[in-house]
Every structure is written in C-alpha cells, then in structure tokens.
Design a protein around this ligand. Structure first.
Ligand SMILES: NC(=O)C1=CN([C@@H]2O[C@H](COP(=O)(O)OP(=O)(O)OC[C@H]3O[C@@H](n4cnc5c(N)ncnc54)[C@H](OP(=O)(O)O)[C@@H]3O)[C@@H](O)[C@H]2O)C=CC1
Ligand SMILES: N[C@@H](CC=O)C(=O)O
Length: 398
C-alpha cells in the first residue's frame, strides 16, 4: 500500500532547490515538504517561512516520517542521517562521501531501526544505476562495472580535448554550473568517483570496501604532452572508476585516468554526462548513459527515491546478504602510462615489466605492467610527484 510521506528537507542548494523545482513538474507527486533546514539566512526563491536553521526542528518532529538529506557537509550529513534513522524516519541522501565512509554503519542502522535509506542520486546523478544493480543484476553473471562517475572532471576533460579550453577555466565553468563539489578537489583528484565506486561495489558484489584502501588518482596533473600523446593515438583520456570480478570470488577496484579509443562506449561520453558499462556473462556489455550532475538531473533521482519510499521500497543488499560478498584483492597487474620530466621518479615504480619507453627533451614516458598493490604503496607520493599516470586498458576486460 502507498504510504503518505511528510518530508523534512535538509539543504536548499543546487540539488535541494533542483528537487523542489522538479517536484513542481510532478503533479502526481503525493507528498509534502513540511520544513526545509538550511545553514544560513539569506534571500532565496521561497519565502523565509519555509525555512528553519536547527536540525532538530525536523528530526524531533514526530509528524515528519521522511528526511531528505541534501547538504554539502559529509560530517554533518552523517549526524543528521544517523539521528533520522534512529528516530524511525526513512531517509533519502545524495551524499556519497558520507555514505561511502559509513556504509557498514548505515546498513546496521537500517536493520536496527527497521527503516530504509535510499541514495540513487549519490552515484551518477540521474542514471538509475544503483537500483538496477540491486534488482536486475541480482545474480552471478556480473563481471565488471566500469564508468565515468564524475560529471565535473568529465566536463573539464571534454572542454580540454574538444574545445582546447584551459584546465583552470573549464574547472571554473564546472563550478559555476553547479556540477562541482563545494571542495572541487574531490572531483578532480578522483575522490568523488571513488565514493561512488564504493557504493556501486556494495550493490554489485556485496562488498564494503574502505575508500582509503582503493587506488585513486585524478586529472589535476594532466598536461599538454599527455593530451597530445592521446590525440596522436586517436584516443582520449577519461577519469574511469572500475570494479571487476577476478578468479575465486575476488574483486579489484581503482579510480584512474584512462587512455581509451573509439571502440569503448565511454569514449563518447562528454561534458557532465556519466556513462556506466556493465559487463556480464551471457549478456556481454550493457551501457547506461545520462546526466551525472546538476540541479534537475540529480533532483529527479531524489524524487525517484522519495516515490520508492512511498511504495515501501528498501534495498535488500542481495549480494551481501544472500551470496556472501566478494573479497577485495589488490594484486591485479595493470598496464600504466607514466609521464615524467625527471627520470628519477621511476625509482618509485616497481614495474613487473616495461613495455614501452620514450625519452624526450622535456617530457618522457614509460608504459609497463605494475600491480595495484605496488601503486597503493606510493599512493601519497603519486600526488606529490611531477608526473601524470593513466591506465592504458590493455589489461582490462572493458
Ligand atoms: N551538485 C550536484 O550536481 C550533485 C550533488 N550531489 C550531492 O548532493 C549534496 C548537495 O550538493 P549541492 O546541492 O551541490 O550543494 P550546495 O553547496 O549547492 O548546497 C548545500 C546546501 O546545504 C545546506 N547546508 C549545509 N550545511 C548544512 C547543515 N548543517 N544543515 C542544514 N543545511 C546545511 C546549505 O545551506 P545554505 O543554503 O544556507 O548555504 C545549502 O543549502 C552533496 O552531498 C553533493 O555531493 C550529488 C549528485 C549531484
Ligand atoms: N560533483 C559531482 C556531482 C554529482 O555527483 C560530479 O561532478 O559528478
């Protein structure tokens, strides 16, 4: 039976206001936003009497049975979501950082309080990837989930590759358009993709992986040399996140820039769009594509979760609960491009095998096979060094 929802909304920024506008175009939506909690008093598109500034005005209100959390602070979001669940309220959240860093506890809170936490908007904006992984790909056939999960970095790479725009001005545009996180280093250094990958991994393979344990490298060090290298090979560079099934119920994960050609579906994913390729036995490849950021696309995913709550939907976490989950393994060897100026940086890389080397007057590169575990040992160093790294794809199943 459909449940009557009385909603308390946290946040009225890009996504919160986007949700409000999307709701106006959904006359069939049968729920009420009773209160909106924000941080600061300032002029807004709605009158002041819609807003409150104390979280407890919503959390302690027994009439409010649903909390929609759309704020930009992960620590405060954690407190809000935790208390809402403990108070017996169902919750919708878009906060991938908060979710990825607290997944185990969020699962437990749902069980202990017999409530539901939905978060489709937290991964890939408008693309319904979580619910599909949970409901359709609920069997053993799944082999890998590979995607462009961050709209801002993809927007920047598109503007650099296709419009010769500078990195700095493309980043500024992504911020002005509301795609970027309040701290845009989350986008460009790969952390936003990482948090989304952690969430997708739970729904793909039933494994809760600690984000600190995953190889993550972003696009902030990309140079004209790297762009020209890709262009000369008829390739592009995209920031790609992947979880892949290995032998013996193991999985491997990474977030890395990737050199890829036209034969890959995600080659043509541009601007703030996201694209996810799901590879499996029996069906080979399937491709989901859509807007991964922005007010209305993200608001539409939040609306879908709210509607699902009205129909008493909750994630069953089928892979975790019924098939035991997979073990995270860091030993996969990948083929990596490393561009550098000072040859001594190569001393940090414990390559299993060198496949190609180029020495130029200013920039040089080495391509070779290296284990993810070796790169994890130098993860912090990778971000400090004057280098750019990208996976070539030759060792990947997609
Ligand atoms: N932007 C996007 O395209 C997407 C964003 N997300 C996620 O959605 C969430 C919101 O992002 P976005 O809308 O872009 O962020 P914004 O910065 O645009 O808005 C944040 C909102 O949160 C409010 N806020 C901050 N702290 C508190 C608090 N403690 N209590 C109540 N309200 C608070 C702010 O209040 P005030 O208005 O007073 O400053 C503001 O209204 C983030 O988790 C983000 O990662 C997910 C998918 C896409
Ligand atoms: N900053 C994020 C917003 C959506 O999750 C992105 O650019 O993808």
């Amino acid at each position: 039976m459909k449940k009557k929802l009385n909603i308390g909304l946290f946040g009225f920024g890009v996504v919160g206001e986007g949700l409000y506008e999307v709701l106006k175009t959904s006359p069939a939506f049968d729920a009420k936003i009773t209160k909106i909690c924000v941080k600061n008093k300032k002029p807004r598109s709605l009158s002041e009497d819609h807003f409150c500034y104390n979280a407890d005005d919503i959390l302690e209100d027994p009439e409010i049975n649903t909390v929609v959390e759309l704020i930009d602070n992960a620590d405060q979001a954690y407190e809000i979501v935790k208390k809402a669940l403990q108070k017996g309220k169902n919750v919708v959240s878009a906060n991938k950082k908060m979710l990825a860093e607290n997944l185990s506890e969020m699962l437990q809170l749902q069980r202990d309080n017999n409530v539901s936490l939905l978060y489709e908007a937290s991964a890939c904006g408008s693309i319904p990837v979580i619910r599909n992984l949970e409901e359709y790909y609920d069997n053993d056939l799944l082999l890998s989930v590979t995607g462009i999960l961050n709209g801002s970095s993809n927007y920047i790479l598109s503007k650099i590759f296709d419009h010769n725009q500078s990195y700095a001005s493309a980043l500024k545009d992504a911020q002005d358009l509301g795609f970027a996180e309040s701290n845009p280093s989350f986008d460009v250094e790969g952390y936003d993709s990482l948090f989304k990958l952690i969430i997708l991994t739970l729904h793909s393979f039933g494994t809760v992986v600690n984000p600190n344990d995953v190889l993550t490298y972003g696009i902030s060090n990309i140079s004209d040399f790297d762009i020209n290298y890709a262009r000369e090979k008829g390739q592009k560079i995209k920031l790609v996140a992947q979880v892949e099934r290995l032998e013996d119920k193991n999985i491997s994960l990474f977030v890395l820039p990737r050199l890829l050609g036209k034969d890959k579906h995600i080659y043509s994913v541009e601007d703030e769009f996201n694209g996810v390729v799901i590879k499996g036995l029996a069906y080979d490849k399937q491709f989901m594509f859509g807007k991964g950021a922005g007010a209305h696309p993200t608001g539409s995913a939040v609306l879908s979760d709210i509607t699902a709550l009205a129909h008493n939907y909750s994630y069953e976490y089928k892979k975790l609960n019924y098939s035991g989950g997979f073990t995270y393994n860091k030993d996969k060897a990948i083929e990596l491009y490393v561009r550098y100026q000072d040859k001594s940086v190569l001393d940090h890389f414990n390559f299993d095998q060198i496949n190609e080397e180029y020495r130029g007057p200013e920039n040089s590169y080495t391509i070779g096979l290296i284990k993810i575990s070796e790169l994890l040992k130098i993860q912090d160093k990778l971000r400090e060094l004057d280098i750019f790294i990208a996976i070539t794809g030759s060792t990947l199943n997609y």
